[in-house]
Structures are given as structure tokens and as C-alpha cells.
Design a protein around this ligand. Sequence first.
Ligand code: ZN
Length: 138
Amino acid sequence: MILRCHACGQSNRVPAAKLAAGPRCGSCKGALDAHPIAVGSEAEFQELVQGSPLPVVVDYWAAWCGPCRSVAPELERLARERQGQLVVAKVDTEALPGVAQRFGIRGIPTMILFRQGQEVRRTSGAMPAAQIAAQLGL
Ligand SMILES: [Zn+2]
């Protein structure tokens, strides 16, 4: 997968299987897993949910969606607070409609928790980070 560093903008190639090892930016050594991961393609989505040793919370969102914008900082918080325990990822439903369709996403934002490639739970709507975690049983 390609993980963009939020500190310096460097793109880093990180296998999903290595996500539990605290991946760091090759350029500035900043933590790559302290922010939500922007999923860039269907192949990356597959690699992430199938290959991640950590649970993955996927946020399905779109740029035009107001509640998606208001939940974005809460997902940032979740990624920061649970760093090393889970991975937070974002799927732009406009850029990757196939991924959204496959999971029957009707309303956004929708957050789905995956473990070992399987959907475990899902929730929809903007809410605080603690409530997202509670709804997903984290
Ligand atoms: Zn960096």
C-alpha cells in the first residue's frame, strides 16, 4: 500500500501485513499510522482489509457530504488514540464506487469494522470518536 506521510508529504510503500509494526516515514521518521489512511484503489482496499493484522475501521465518505466533514476530526482522533491497536482508513465513495457498492453503502458517512477481511460491525452518521468506538464494539 502507499501511505502518504502527514508530516512531510512523502509517499511510503508499506505492506498491509506490516501495519502492526508501527510504520514510520522513510523521509522524516514520522508515524504513518497516527492518521487515517486514504485508500487509493480497489487493490489497496483488498490488501488492507485482507492483510492487516490489526482491525480496520473503514470510513466511507464523499467530499460533498457535510456530516462526513464533521466526523473527519473524530476519525483523526480515533486513529491517534488507538495507534498500534487498529487502523483507520478512508474510502472516497466517488473515487472508488465499486468498493462502496460491494458493501451496500447507502448513506454516508458509514464506518465498517473489518477483522481478517470480514465485516464485523457497521454504523452510520456523524458522532464523536468515543461513540464510533462503542458502536463498533472497540
Ligand atoms: Zn514524513
